[in-house]
Design a protein around this ligand. Structure first.
Ligand SMILES: Nc1nc2c(ncn2[C@@H]2O[C@H](COP(=O)(O)OP(=O)(O)OP(=O)(O)O)[C@@H](O)[C@H]2O)c(=O)[nH]1
Ligand SMILES: [Mg+2]
Ligand SMILES: [Zn+2]
Length: 311
Protein backbone atom coordinates (compact mmCIF):
# COMPACT_ATOMS: atom_id res chain seq x y z
CA UNK A 1 0.00 0.00 0.00
CA UNK A 2 0.98 3.61 -0.46
CA UNK A 3 4.04 2.92 -2.56
CA UNK A 4 5.78 6.08 -3.76
CA UNK A 5 4.05 7.44 -6.83
CA UNK A 6 1.06 5.09 -6.61
CA UNK A 7 -2.58 6.07 -6.04
CA UNK A 8 -3.98 9.37 -4.90
CA UNK A 9 -2.57 9.21 -1.38
CA UNK A 10 0.65 11.10 -0.78
CA UNK A 11 3.80 9.05 -1.22
CA UNK A 12 5.18 7.57 1.99
CA UNK A 13 8.83 7.39 2.94
CA UNK A 14 10.67 4.69 4.84
CA UNK A 15 12.53 5.37 8.07
CA UNK A 16 13.57 4.03 11.46
CA UNK A 17 12.32 5.25 14.85
CA UNK A 18 15.32 6.52 16.82
CA UNK A 19 13.56 7.94 19.85
CA UNK A 20 10.09 8.10 21.36
CA UNK A 21 8.97 10.73 23.83
CA UNK A 22 5.39 11.37 24.90
CA UNK A 23 3.73 10.64 21.57
CA UNK A 24 6.48 12.25 19.48
CA UNK A 25 8.56 9.88 17.38
CA UNK A 26 11.93 10.89 16.02
CA UNK A 27 12.31 9.07 12.69
CA UNK A 28 15.48 8.91 10.61
CA UNK A 29 14.54 8.67 6.94
CA UNK A 30 16.60 6.68 4.49
CA UNK A 31 18.20 9.78 2.97
CA UNK A 32 19.50 10.83 6.40
CA UNK A 33 16.82 13.42 7.10
CA UNK A 34 15.40 13.28 10.62
CA UNK A 35 11.74 14.19 11.23
CA UNK A 36 9.46 14.32 14.25
CA UNK A 37 6.25 12.43 13.60
CA UNK A 38 3.05 11.49 15.38
CA UNK A 39 0.97 8.36 14.94
CA UNK A 40 -1.93 8.10 12.55
CA UNK A 41 -5.29 7.53 14.28
CA UNK A 42 -5.49 3.77 14.05
CA UNK A 43 -1.88 3.29 15.23
CA UNK A 44 -2.51 5.69 18.09
CA UNK A 45 -5.49 3.66 19.27
CA UNK A 46 -3.46 0.45 18.99
CA UNK A 47 -0.59 1.94 20.92
CA UNK A 48 -2.91 2.63 23.85
CA UNK A 49 -3.84 -1.03 24.01
CA UNK A 50 -0.20 -2.08 24.35
CA UNK A 51 0.73 -2.44 20.68
CA UNK A 52 3.29 0.33 20.91
CA UNK A 53 5.62 1.72 18.30
CA UNK A 54 9.13 1.41 19.73
CA UNK A 55 12.69 2.45 19.05
CA UNK A 56 14.08 0.47 16.12
CA UNK A 57 10.71 0.06 14.41
CA UNK A 58 10.82 0.44 10.64
CA UNK A 59 8.00 2.74 9.65
CA UNK A 60 6.56 4.56 6.68
CA UNK A 61 5.86 8.22 7.22
CA UNK A 62 3.92 10.69 5.14
CA UNK A 63 3.74 14.42 5.16
CA UNK A 64 0.30 15.83 5.81
CA UNK A 65 0.35 19.59 5.35
CA UNK A 66 3.36 20.58 7.45
CA UNK A 67 3.34 17.64 9.87
CA UNK A 68 4.79 14.14 9.58
CA UNK A 69 2.65 11.14 10.42
CA UNK A 70 3.61 7.50 10.87
CA UNK A 71 1.25 5.69 8.52
CA UNK A 72 2.48 2.16 8.90
CA UNK A 73 4.79 -0.01 11.00
CA UNK A 74 6.61 -2.85 9.26
CA UNK A 75 6.71 -6.30 10.75
CA UNK A 76 9.55 -6.70 13.26
CA UNK A 77 12.51 -8.95 12.59
CA UNK A 78 13.41 -9.23 16.29
CA UNK A 79 12.11 -7.87 19.57
CA UNK A 80 13.95 -7.20 22.78
CA UNK A 81 11.26 -7.71 25.41
CA UNK A 82 11.55 -6.72 29.02
CA UNK A 83 9.80 -9.07 31.34
CA UNK A 84 9.92 -7.95 34.95
CA UNK A 85 8.32 -9.32 38.08
CA UNK A 86 4.79 -8.04 38.46
CA UNK A 87 4.77 -6.04 35.24
CA UNK A 88 3.46 -6.61 31.78
CA UNK A 89 5.93 -7.64 29.09
CA UNK A 90 7.18 -4.61 27.24
CA UNK A 91 9.04 -4.39 23.95
CA UNK A 92 12.09 -2.18 24.47
CA UNK A 93 13.76 -2.15 21.05
CA UNK A 94 12.88 -3.75 17.71
CA UNK A 95 14.99 -5.04 14.81
CA UNK A 96 18.31 -5.40 16.59
CA UNK A 97 21.22 -7.18 14.95
CA UNK A 98 23.04 -7.74 18.22
CA UNK A 99 22.46 -7.51 21.96
CA UNK A 100 25.15 -7.10 24.59
CA UNK A 101 24.41 -8.23 28.12
CA UNK A 102 26.61 -5.95 30.22
CA UNK A 103 27.42 -6.80 33.83
CA UNK A 104 30.11 -5.63 36.23
CA UNK A 105 32.42 -8.24 37.73
CA UNK A 106 32.77 -5.95 40.77
CA UNK A 107 30.80 -2.97 42.08
CA UNK A 108 28.09 -4.25 41.77
CA UNK A 109 29.13 -7.87 41.26
CA UNK A 110 26.61 -9.75 39.12
CA UNK A 111 25.46 -13.14 40.38
CA UNK A 112 25.48 -16.02 37.92
CA UNK A 113 21.72 -16.22 38.28
CA UNK A 114 21.31 -12.59 37.19
CA UNK A 115 23.62 -13.16 34.21
CA UNK A 116 21.61 -16.23 33.21
CA UNK A 117 18.30 -14.37 33.53
CA UNK A 118 19.52 -11.64 31.22
CA UNK A 119 20.88 -14.13 28.68
CA UNK A 120 17.61 -16.07 28.76
CA UNK A 121 15.59 -12.90 28.29
CA UNK A 122 17.45 -12.17 25.06
CA UNK A 123 17.37 -15.79 23.85
CA UNK A 124 13.62 -15.94 24.42
CA UNK A 125 13.33 -12.96 22.04
CA UNK A 126 15.05 -15.00 19.34
CA UNK A 127 18.52 -13.46 19.65
CA UNK A 128 21.87 -14.81 20.83
CA UNK A 129 23.58 -12.18 23.01
CA UNK A 130 27.24 -11.41 23.62
CA UNK A 131 28.29 -11.21 27.26
CA UNK A 132 30.30 -8.15 28.32
CA UNK A 133 32.13 -8.27 31.65
CA UNK A 134 32.93 -4.70 32.67
CA UNK A 135 35.16 -3.07 35.31
CA UNK A 136 38.12 -5.46 34.96
CA UNK A 137 40.31 -2.55 36.15
CA UNK A 138 39.12 -3.09 39.75
CA UNK A 139 41.34 -5.09 42.14
CA UNK A 140 40.79 -8.84 41.78
CA UNK A 141 38.35 -8.37 38.93
CA UNK A 142 40.57 -9.97 36.28
CA UNK A 143 40.58 -13.37 37.98
CA UNK A 144 36.83 -13.15 38.46
CA UNK A 145 36.32 -12.21 34.81
CA UNK A 146 38.59 -15.06 33.70
CA UNK A 147 36.48 -17.63 35.53
CA UNK A 148 33.23 -16.20 34.17
CA UNK A 149 34.64 -16.04 30.67
CA UNK A 150 35.65 -19.71 30.78
CA UNK A 151 32.21 -20.75 32.00
CA UNK A 152 30.17 -18.78 29.46
CA UNK A 153 32.44 -19.55 26.53
CA UNK A 154 32.11 -23.24 27.35
CA UNK A 155 28.34 -23.01 26.85
CA UNK A 156 28.58 -21.12 23.57
CA UNK A 157 28.66 -17.39 24.28
CA UNK A 158 31.10 -14.80 22.98
CA UNK A 159 32.52 -13.05 26.03
CA UNK A 160 34.35 -9.72 26.21
CA UNK A 161 36.23 -8.61 29.32
CA UNK A 162 36.44 -4.83 29.28
CA UNK A 163 36.95 -1.68 31.29
CA UNK A 164 35.35 1.64 30.43
CA UNK A 165 37.83 3.23 32.83
CA UNK A 166 41.16 1.80 31.59
CA UNK A 167 40.03 1.20 28.01
CA UNK A 168 41.01 -2.46 28.18
CA UNK A 169 39.16 -4.69 25.70
CA UNK A 170 37.25 -1.79 24.17
CA UNK A 171 38.58 -2.38 20.64
CA UNK A 172 36.79 -5.73 20.59
CA UNK A 173 33.50 -4.17 21.70
CA UNK A 174 33.87 -1.25 19.28
CA UNK A 175 34.34 -3.64 16.39
CA UNK A 176 30.89 -5.08 17.09
CA UNK A 177 28.91 -1.94 17.93
CA UNK A 178 30.29 0.08 15.01
CA UNK A 179 28.36 -2.09 12.55
CA UNK A 180 24.62 -2.71 12.40
CA UNK A 181 22.14 -1.97 15.17
CA UNK A 182 22.78 -3.14 18.69
CA UNK A 183 21.64 -2.63 22.27
CA UNK A 184 23.32 -2.77 25.64
CA UNK A 185 21.23 -4.18 28.46
CA UNK A 186 22.08 -5.02 32.05
CA UNK A 187 21.62 -3.90 35.63
CA UNK A 188 21.86 -0.26 36.60
CA UNK A 189 25.43 0.70 37.44
CA UNK A 190 27.05 -1.98 35.23
CA UNK A 191 28.57 0.77 33.09
CA UNK A 192 26.58 0.59 29.84
CA UNK A 193 26.60 4.34 29.24
CA UNK A 194 30.23 4.61 30.36
CA UNK A 195 31.26 1.98 27.79
CA UNK A 196 29.53 3.83 24.97
CA UNK A 197 31.11 7.12 26.04
CA UNK A 198 34.53 5.44 26.09
CA UNK A 199 34.00 4.16 22.55
CA UNK A 200 32.61 7.47 21.27
CA UNK A 201 33.45 10.44 23.53
CA UNK A 202 31.21 12.71 21.46
CA UNK A 203 28.14 10.93 22.82
CA UNK A 204 28.41 12.45 26.30
CA UNK A 205 25.76 10.10 27.69
CA UNK A 206 24.86 10.68 31.29
CA UNK A 207 26.53 8.26 33.71
CA UNK A 208 25.81 7.88 37.37
CA UNK A 209 27.47 7.27 40.67
CA UNK A 210 26.69 4.08 42.55
CA UNK A 211 24.48 4.31 45.60
CA UNK A 212 26.65 4.30 48.74
CA UNK A 213 24.01 2.40 50.62
CA UNK A 214 23.32 -0.48 48.22
CA UNK A 215 26.39 -0.43 45.96
CA UNK A 216 24.11 -0.60 42.93
CA UNK A 217 23.27 1.92 40.23
CA UNK A 218 20.55 4.54 40.42
CA UNK A 219 18.95 4.30 37.01
CA UNK A 220 20.84 7.13 35.43
CA UNK A 221 19.61 6.32 31.94
CA UNK A 222 15.82 6.55 31.51
CA UNK A 223 14.03 5.77 28.19
CA UNK A 224 15.70 3.90 25.32
CA UNK A 225 16.89 5.63 22.19
CA UNK A 226 19.07 4.67 19.27
CA UNK A 227 22.19 6.77 18.96
CA UNK A 228 24.35 6.87 15.83
CA UNK A 229 28.03 6.30 16.60
CA UNK A 230 30.67 8.32 14.75
CA UNK A 231 32.32 5.02 13.74
CA UNK A 232 29.07 3.91 12.04
CA UNK A 233 26.51 1.66 13.70
CA UNK A 234 23.47 2.49 15.79
CA UNK A 235 23.27 1.57 19.42
CA UNK A 236 20.56 1.64 22.06
CA UNK A 237 21.65 2.63 25.55
CA UNK A 238 18.85 1.18 27.68
CA UNK A 239 17.88 1.92 31.29
CA UNK A 240 19.29 -0.60 33.73
CA UNK A 241 17.24 -3.52 34.90
CA UNK A 242 17.99 -6.66 36.79
CA UNK A 243 14.49 -7.77 37.81
CA UNK A 244 13.97 -10.17 34.95
CA UNK A 245 11.17 -12.69 35.26
CA UNK A 246 10.09 -15.16 32.62
CA UNK A 247 6.71 -13.66 32.17
CA UNK A 248 4.69 -15.48 29.49
CA UNK A 249 7.44 -17.85 28.37
CA UNK A 250 5.91 -21.33 27.99
CA UNK A 251 7.67 -23.69 30.45
CA UNK A 252 8.63 -26.07 27.65
CA UNK A 253 10.53 -23.25 25.92
CA UNK A 254 12.80 -22.43 28.86
CA UNK A 255 15.32 -25.15 27.91
CA UNK A 256 15.65 -23.62 24.43
CA UNK A 257 16.96 -20.43 26.01
CA UNK A 258 19.95 -22.36 27.40
CA UNK A 259 21.92 -23.34 24.27
CA UNK A 260 23.89 -26.11 26.01
CA UNK A 261 20.76 -27.61 27.60
CA UNK A 262 18.86 -27.46 24.32
CA UNK A 263 21.73 -29.25 22.62
CA UNK A 264 21.71 -32.21 25.02
CA UNK A 265 17.90 -32.30 25.38
CA UNK A 266 17.62 -33.78 21.90
CA UNK A 267 19.07 -37.03 23.25
CA UNK A 268 16.64 -37.33 26.17
CA UNK A 269 14.51 -40.46 26.17
CA UNK A 270 11.18 -38.67 26.65
CA UNK A 271 9.98 -35.98 24.29
CA UNK A 272 8.50 -33.74 27.00
CA UNK A 273 11.46 -34.31 29.35
CA UNK A 274 11.72 -31.53 31.94
CA UNK A 275 15.30 -32.61 32.75
CA UNK A 276 14.53 -32.95 36.43
CA UNK A 277 13.76 -36.52 37.43
CA UNK A 278 12.96 -38.44 34.25
CA UNK A 279 15.05 -41.57 33.56
CA UNK A 280 17.63 -41.49 30.78
CA UNK A 281 17.77 -37.71 30.73
CA UNK A 282 20.73 -36.66 28.60
CA UNK A 283 20.80 -33.23 30.23
CA UNK A 284 21.36 -34.69 33.70
CA UNK A 285 23.99 -37.05 32.31
CA UNK A 286 25.82 -34.02 30.87
CA UNK A 287 25.42 -32.19 34.19
CA UNK A 288 26.90 -35.06 36.14
CA UNK A 289 29.76 -35.32 33.66
CA UNK A 290 30.48 -31.62 34.22
CA UNK A 291 29.68 -30.71 30.61
CA UNK A 292 26.76 -28.52 31.70
CA UNK A 293 27.93 -26.20 34.51
CA UNK A 294 26.03 -26.66 37.79
CA UNK A 295 25.19 -22.94 38.04
CA UNK A 296 23.56 -23.00 34.61
CA UNK A 297 21.48 -26.06 35.44
CA UNK A 298 20.43 -24.40 38.71
CA UNK A 299 19.31 -21.26 36.81
CA UNK A 300 17.39 -23.46 34.37
CA UNK A 301 15.58 -25.18 37.25
CA UNK A 302 14.65 -21.89 38.94
CA UNK A 303 13.46 -20.25 35.71
CA UNK A 304 11.50 -23.29 34.62
CA UNK A 305 9.67 -23.34 37.97
CA UNK A 306 8.95 -19.64 37.61
CA UNK A 307 7.52 -20.17 34.15
CA UNK A 308 5.34 -23.02 35.46
CA UNK A 309 4.03 -20.92 38.35
CA UNK A 310 2.93 -18.23 35.89
CA UNK A 311 0.68 -20.61 33.98
N1 LIG B 1 35.99 1.07 38.07
C1 LIG B 1 35.16 1.20 37.03
N2 LIG B 1 34.01 1.90 37.16
C2 LIG B 1 33.19 2.00 36.09
C3 LIG B 1 33.49 1.39 34.85
N3 LIG B 1 32.47 1.64 34.00
C4 LIG B 1 31.58 2.39 34.67
N4 LIG B 1 32.00 2.62 35.94
C5 LIG B 1 31.31 3.40 36.97
O1 LIG B 1 30.07 2.75 37.28
C6 LIG B 1 29.05 3.72 37.57
C7 LIG B 1 27.81 3.48 36.72
O2 LIG B 1 28.13 3.71 35.34
P1 LIG B 1 26.99 3.99 34.24
O3 LIG B 1 27.71 4.01 32.93
O4 LIG B 1 26.15 5.15 34.59
O5 LIG B 1 26.13 2.65 34.36
P2 LIG B 1 24.81 2.24 33.51
O6 LIG B 1 24.94 0.77 33.29
O7 LIG B 1 24.68 3.09 32.32
O8 LIG B 1 23.64 2.51 34.57
P3 LIG B 1 22.08 2.93 34.29
O9 LIG B 1 22.06 4.01 33.27
O10 LIG B 1 21.58 3.34 35.63
O11 LIG B 1 21.44 1.66 33.81
C8 LIG B 1 29.70 5.08 37.34
O12 LIG B 1 30.13 5.58 38.59
C9 LIG B 1 30.89 4.78 36.46
O13 LIG B 1 31.94 5.70 36.61
C10 LIG B 1 34.72 0.64 34.74
O14 LIG B 1 35.09 0.07 33.72
N5 LIG B 1 35.51 0.59 35.87
MG1 LIG C 1 23.16 4.34 31.65
ZN1 LIG D 1 16.01 -34.48 29.86
Amino acid sequence: MNEPGGGDRPATRAGTVHETRGGVYRVALEDGMVVEASLRGRLKRESRTGNRVVVGDRVRVERIEDAWVIARVEERRTELVRRGRGRAAKVLVANLDRVFVVVAVREPRASSQLVDRLLVLVESGGMHPTLVLNKVDLPGAKAEAGAMRALYESVGYDVLAVSARSGEGLDGLAEWVCAGTSALIGPSGAGKSSLLNAIDPDLELRTGALSRKTGTGRHTTTGSRLVPLSCGGLVADTPGFGDVALWAVPPADVAFAFPEIAEHARACRFRGCTHRQEPECAVRVALEAGVIPASRYESYRVLREEAEAKR
